[in-house]
Design a protein. Structure first.
Length: 177
């Protein structure tokens, strides 16, 4: 067999062949990359426009919510201010009286309702209705209220003490409140 090309020429041809294959593969890869980018650009622009639109809506919604909250807060404060102006010294005195009663109430006594009657003169009456776990707890609650100088009299009818447990009661308190 005859060798027409020298070893150096064979190496040069092999190197050129590999270079052409590599450049062809690189060209095809870059072409595919560029085509895929070109095909993805419309989606990118649509998504970006949607993002900008949603950010604008979010900002508008936040402004609207904060404006509504501030208006609502101002309205609530104005309502409270008008209610405080309506409350006179007599009303605040009865609230402090009810606080005193609740502070002296043992945990075994539940108060269901308060009925307040403002007296013409200096004395007013307050009727408490509720339930006590036992007769003894109700009696101790009544005695505890009688020791307070704010209350002129604490009336607990004997009929309320008929039961030993789960005692329903009605207590009348008279005093300067």
């Amino acid at each position: 067999m005859f060798v027409l090309l020298s070893e150096q020429n064979k190496k040069d041809l092999l190197r050129q062949y590999r270079l052409r294959i590599t450049s062809t593969v690189a060209f095809l890869a870059s072409t595919i990359f560029l085509i895929s980018i070109a095909l993805l650009l419309p989606s990118y622009f649509l998504l970006n426009a949607e993002k900008v639109r949603l950010e604008g809506e979010t900002e508008n919604f936040s402004k609207h919510i904060s404006k509504k909250n501030s208006e609502g807060l101002i309205n609530t404060l104005n309502d409270i201010k008008s209610m405080v102006a309506l409350v006179g010294p007599e009303e605040t005195k009865i609230f402090s009286t009810i606080k005193t009663i609740l502070a002296r109430r043992p945990s075994s006594v539940l108060i269901n309702s308060f009925r307040y009657t403002r007296g013409d003169g200096k004395e007013s009456s307050l009727v408490l209705e509720g339930m006590a776990a036992s007769r003894n707890s109700l009696i101790s609650f009544s005695k505890n209220l009688k020791t307070d100088p704010l209350f002129k009299s604490v009336d607990l009818p004997i009929s309320n003490l008929a039961r030993e447990s789960d005692v329903k009661f009605t207590m009348t308190i008279i005093g300067k409140f």
